[in-house]
Ligand binder design. Structure first.
Ligand SMILES: *[C@@H]1O[C@H](CO)[C@@H](O)[C@H](O)[C@H]1NC(C)=O
Length: 516
């Protein structure tokens, strides 16, 4: 197949995913990337505790900040561009990574088919998610890795060093591969370690420490802070825990889909026959990474993106080997089964499931731009939802007051610590009464964004509001606090006034006995 055709095909698929994947996946897609970039350029945007503590590298947000800066200078910083361009940018990086994957797999047709049909990669490749970035950089590095016996190129180490700095967990993935590299190279171990590994590590680390310190405002080594907080202080377990075997029983089968079959078969064949060193290094890397993640209490599908390219490589190897002896009818049948079984989750999860919290931001933005209270104040919006359920300023691009229920971990080691969102959901009306005074009227948010499941629980409070818009969100709820629909309520000025008057009358009534 011609190179131009392959690149065009990959570009088409990835750019299409920017427009087809319109659902909410992980809060980090916004809160750990474009929200930070927005603040870097426009001076407003929410920084979560991770950025205050300095456990995240600014490298990834800086890429989008550069785009935002150009838009700002050209005065074309419209909300649509702010949302679309970072995703297109990530889609371009992924396209290049896909092309490199194709090269790494010796331009086998199966590699193109597998990378294009992988539902999880289609679902995540154009998201502004650090894990997507990590997956694409990992693929690019792997494609430059000196697999060939006579190849001594160490260019891949620059990417490996970058990845290890911005995602310290990458070190585990790269360790078996680097050991394999050092063993196979004809250069002496110490020469390689000092002249290449140490040198590249120091230069990359130095540059990134400088970048992070510059944006953080003081000297900081983000990977050190990351390891300190996540491992030693066990903050990660704050965000839910799964059983040890979760990645094997749920995580991996879910992201690979039917691909899990050729993946397992590829492991068995490798063990059974060819003790090819490079394949063993790749499989060790996959297994070690999953094992490491299994030890951490906090587990998520997206963490597996780190090893997705390696898994897809194994699948490709197996299928090319397998298809050599099969008739084209059988091959076509298998290909169609793989295609359909990936298209279904990609379509449903990308286009239907959890769409409301993204769609609602169009309306929030229009409220931010157009709404004024009777006495001329701008809108004040309260997201009464689990923390980080929606994107934030990066999807509004207007400096109005917005508030959400926070869920910071127990950073100060308080006894019996409960985060704000948990406190709210324990007794929503009680929380509202103590945190949102009805008087004066202007203290109340002008708009409240909620999931439908919350509405009956706070009907007392919502009697001062009227629903103005409803967005379908999901058929299946991932948590009790989510809902099938997302609603926006607007403050009903007449109701609020009535309530105020009632209060004044009540107070007068109460005064009567005193005066007698
Ligand atoms: C955004 O609004 C807040 C609150 O009104 C204000 O303190 C801040 O200075 C504003 N930032 C910018 C960049 O306009």
């Amino acid at each position: 197949m011609s190179t131009i055709f392959v690149i065009f095909l990959l570009l088409f698929v990835r750019i299409a995913s920017v427009f087809l994947v319109q659902t909410f996946f992980s809060p980090d897609e916004y809160w750990q990337s474009v929200e930070v970039s927005h603040r870097m350029v426009f001076n407003y945007g929410h920084l979560t505790w991770e950025w205050i503590q300095g456990i995240r590298s600014y490298f990834y947000p800086t890429l989008f900040a550069a785009i935002y800066k150009v838009l700002d200078i050209l005065k074309i910083d419209s909300r649509v561009f702010l949302i679309l361009l970072p995703r297109i940018f990530q889609a371009l990086i992924s396209t290049y990574a896909d092309y490199r994957f194709y090269n790494w797999c010796n331009r086998k047709k199966w590699s193109l088919f597998i990378i294009i049909t992988s539902w999880f990669w289609f679902y995540t490749a154009s998201r502004t998610l650090i894990n997507s970035f990590e997956a694409s950089l990992t693929t690019i590095a792997l494609s430059f890795f000196p697999w060939n016996k006579f190849d001594e190129n160490t260019g891949f180490l620059w990417i490996t060093a970058l990845l290890s700095f911005i995602r310290p967990t990458s070190i585990v993935t790269w360790l078996p591969l680097c050991i394999y590299h050092v063993k196979k190279s004809k250069y002496p171990v110490w020469e390689l370690l000092i002249k290449r590994y140490l040198f590249i590590g120091l230069v990359t680390g130095g540059a990134l420490i400088a970048l992070d310190s510059f944006f953080h405002g003081s000297f900081i080594v983000t990977p050190y802070e990351f390891i300190k907080i996540n491992v030693f202080e066990g903050i990660a377990s704050f965000y839910g825990t799964h059983p040890f075997y979760w990645y094997f029983s749920t995580g991996l089968p879910a992201i690979l889909g039917i691909g899990i079959v050729p993946f397992y078969l590829s492991i068995f064949t490798t063990i059974k026959r060819s003790w090819d060193q490079s394949t063993i290094a790749i499989m060790t890397s996959i297994i070690l990474t999953i094992f490491m993640y299994s030890l951490l209490p906090h587990k998520e599908f997206r963490f597996l993106l780190q090893i997705l390219p390696l898994c897809l490589y194994c699948i490709t190897q197996f299928l090319s080997e397998w298809s050599r002896t099969k008739s084209s009818l059988v091959i076509w049948f298998v290909a169609i089964v793989i295609f359909i079984s990936n298209a279904v989750p990609a379509g449903y999860l990308g286009f239907v499931h959890q769409q409301g919290t993204i769609k609602v931001m169009d309306q929030v933005s229009s409220i931010a731009n157009n709404y004024k209270t009777q006495d001329g104040h701008p809108a004040k919006i309260f997201f009464m939802m689990p923390c980080h359920s929606t994107p934030f300023y990066s999807h509004v691009h207007k400096n109005i007051t917005m508030r959400f229920l926070t869920c910071e971990p127990n950073l100060n080691n308080q006894l019996n610590y409960v985060d704000e969102a948990d406190k709210f959901y324990e007794a929503p009306m009680k929380w509202i009464r103590s945190h949102l005074p009805v008087h004066p009227v202007n203290a109340l948010p002008t708009h409240v964004v909620v999931f439908d499941t919350l509405v009956p629980m706070i009907s007392d409070f919502l009697s001062l509001y009227k629903p103005i818009e409803i967005f379908f969100h999901a058929d299946h709820l991932v948590s009790q606090r989510a809902g099938h629909n997302v609603l926006i309520y607007e403050r009903n000025e007449q109701e609020v006034k009535k309530k105020e008057e009632e209060k004044v009358i009540k107070q007068k009534d109460q005064k009567v006995p005193d005066e007698l």
